[in-house]
Write a protein that binds this ligand. Structure first.
Ligand code: PAF
Length: 288
């Protein structure tokens, strides 16, 4: 008979989180944080496994952060699956779930935001005003609440990862930020909690996003003009059944400056809508 792994305990308040982390520190343990909004999938579990390479104890925060959603976005619909999330985290040995309430995170009178210029602008920043300041504010709070040695974030949200690296550096927050490669389905679709919104037909069409990234990167590597390759990529995404393309762009891998040629390590980033769902993805593009 296989033993059922024990569910990780849940801390609901900053005080409880800090008490547990202080006990670990007193015992000489290193601590890592994996910030999430729950609805966990294999991509999140990969973050936990990576975090365990950096620390003895891994805290997974689960908090659907209201201030990073725009007024017409899916905050209310966002899946909240704490029991299933704990069961999944038990299988990888996460030490603690930190699931604060909105009131604990943003008490009456809360009035501070962290906003990051440069890397927050363009790409998702253009279509989701306020999103990255919502992310930066909550991640700053989570880092100060848990005070981990390391924190892990998926490369799937590549612009978010760059924003986090920027403010951690700018604010001298003493934590190692670890980027973790995107986990994909067998057909290339990036794992995302939002894939749950896709109909059967949309799910069948969705891998076109990754396919287009790969084809566009190959064309650019082979010497195609960047503008023409991006335009062909946009057309391919629409032809596959997506209703619109928010962006398909080639940016510098560090700092996200727009690139007209592959003259340094780059990232190809895309956001497109299929039905009512907005999907994002990105891949690295290195010169030959
Ligand atoms: O990537 C996410 O799930 C969220 O943006 C994060 C980093 C947990 C902040 O709410």
């Amino acid at each position: 008979m296989t033993a059922i792994p024990a569910l990780p305990p849940v801390a609901r308040s900053v005080a409880e989180l800090r008490r547990i982390v202080a006990e670990w520190r007193a015992a000489g343990h290193k601590v890592a944080l994996v910030p999430t909004m729950g609805a966990l999938h294999d991509g999140h579990l990969a973050l936990v496994r990576e975090a365990q390479r950096h620390a003895d104890k891994v805290v997974v925060s689960i908090f659907v952060n209201p201030i990073q959603f725009g007024p017409n976005e899916d905050f209310d619909a966002y899946p909240r699956t704490l029991d299933a999330d704990r069961a999944a985290l038990a299988t990888v040995g996460a030490a603690l779930v930190y699931a604060p309430t909105v009131g604990e995170m943003y008490p009456e009178g809360f009035a501070t935001t962290i906003s990051v210029t440069g890397v927050s602008e363009g790409l998702c920043g253009a279509t989701r005003p306020g999103h990255f300041s919502g992310v930066a504010t909550v991640v700053t709070k989570l880092l100060l609440q848990a005070q981990p040695d390391a924190a892990c974030f998926g490369e799937k949200d590549y612009q978010q990862l760059q924003v986090i690296r920027r403010f951690v550096r700018d604010l001298d927050i003493p934590v190692e930020i670890v980027g973790v490669p995107t986990v994909r389905e067998a057909d290339g679709l990036a794992r995302s909690s939002r894939n749950a919104y896709l109909s059967v037909e949309e799910r069948a069409a969705a891998p076109a996003l990754h396919r287009t990234l790969s084809d566009t990167a190959a064309a650019i590597r082979a010497g195609a003009a960047v503008d023409a390759a991006l335009e062909a990529g946009r057309r391919a995404i629409l032809a596959a059944g997506f209703v619109s393309v928010d962006y398909l762009e080639l940016r510098a891998a560090e700092g996200l400056a727009p690139l007209a040629a592959l003259d340094r390590p780059a990232r190809l980033l895309v956001a497109a809508r299929i039905g009512k769902t907005r999907l994002i993805d990105n891949i690295p593009v290195e010169g030959a």
